[in-house]
Unconditional design. Sequence first.
Lengths: 146, 59
Amino acid sequence: MNQPRYLLEVSADFMAFEFVSEGRNGKIPKAIRYTQTENPLIWNLGFGDLDSTSGEINDLAVSDNGDSKQVLATVAQSCLEFSSRFPEVLIYAEGSTPARTRLYQMGICQNYVAINELFRIWGLFKGQWQPFTLGKNYTAFLVKHR
Amino acid sequence: MILNMKTGQLKKERDCNIIHVNPAIDSARKHPFIEKKVEQANKTLRQVGLPIDLNTPAH
């Protein structure tokens, strides 16, 4: 993954990451949170804009900052950092809208060779997990460090 | 890890320029949006299960 990435700041436990997107609409703080699900070995990847006033996260805002590739590469980097520390866990990712999920898929596709070397990836297709393949539209993803 | 003596920040040697630890980031803070996403993940995972047996050691 040699694409440009933003500087990541990470919490001491490596479960929360933050960075600042810089583009045509200015500087937009972003937050990534890895949160345990009911299954202690599966962690949800939550990603969105960070409201610098309230400190709240949402991902419904369309920032349209013209840097989506760099943002996705930065999220992928956080995934690598998190899973390097917790290699036994699976990371679950699903966009808050179908468009967001497609954006995640584009990010995986654009970096597929590098990601596939580092992670096992599954996509959820018609209610079933399948090994990720290019050209298929999935509704959610699971990744695990190899 | 490399400790920056001036700032007290820890940096990984291979990623010095792209990541640094910020103790001010609170991973334990609850965010309604994140909670909702985790609920959605739980719901989906209950319905579809997992693609691998997590109890089986990887080869």
